[in-house]
Design a protein around this ligand. Sequence first.
Ligand code: UT7
Length: 330
Amino acid sequence: MTGVTITGWGTALPEQVVTNEDITTLFDTSDEWIFERSGIRSRRTATGPFVKPPPPVDPPANGLGTTGTLAAEAGRKALEMAGVAPEQVRLVIVCTTTPDQLIPANSASVAAALGIRSGAMDLNAACAGFTYGLVTASGLVAAGAERVLLIGAETLSRATNWNDRTNAFLFGDGAGAVLVEAVPGEGSLLAWDLGVDGNLVPLLYAQHGSGMVMRGQEVFRRAVLATVDSATASLERAKLTIDDIALFVPHQANIRIIEAAASRLKLPPERIASVIQRTGNTSSASIPLALIDAIENGRVHDGDHLLLAGFGAGMTWASAVWRWQDPPGR
Ligand code: UT7
């Protein structure tokens, strides 16, 4: 069995910072209410009411205005850091729930931007997408793929109903990428859990051409349960306990969901990775953004056990126990 490790990483965020004060110009709300209910102070947006000049149209423009350009920028940084040439990558997986177009997959333009020709596909498991992608990439490496570039990228600003005060303040745009490479032995992925309950589609969805619809309280309640149950299943499969976990890297949907799940898992606040205050909910991008922020702030050390856990529309959920290995030379 071939194991996997992460040898490079990178992020990309659009330039436009949208503060809660900005959001108050759209509908009746306040910075205090948004922060208290969600833990969010600001988010980055590539499109939407605060982006000037107006949102890019097809064909996608340059800059960081699309899911594809954000993904390519994050992916380019990950390859650069790993010192890996595009022709050494066997597959690009772009995890996204907001692709730039219906056909073809977003990963095609990302592969073209990066000079990769060996294979590309999109993966949509909503906010659980990156963890689904990590498990998929690891399986493909075990099957001989050697190097998979895994990217979580979103422009949720395009799927947001900016007139809906019950959820428009939650979402943001961005991308995070990791290069997943083969290593001899067990590698970093010690255990994982994936799940879906498709009967819960009506809780959170967006139809073609219209914004997101969400039953916030119900999603909140189920998100806490799904995160805790899935994380517990992964820990059991890894034969570890919560005390073995150095850092919890949850999906960044709402700080209250993160804290409620952490408290049920008996994880103290200092072992939680969070960027939600300045990114909002970036769906597939949120776990890599939180993970990479923690790495770059010296919170992740060689041999640490990380617990990744996400949930999202579908509803989907996913978790993984990952034993961090510092890449050579770091
Ligand atoms: O990635 C996965 C997807 N999404 C999520 O994980 C989100 C899950 N849900 C949540 O995070 C929370 O449900 C929200 C942050 C969306 C909302 O927080 P809440 O504590 O569930 O608030 P609520 O919907 O129960 O609303 C409380 C009150 C209501 O007023 P009444 O009926 O109590 O008088 C709302 O009308 O707050 C009102 N309200 C607002 N007030 C100020 C709703 N939106 C706003 C707003 N500003 N933007």
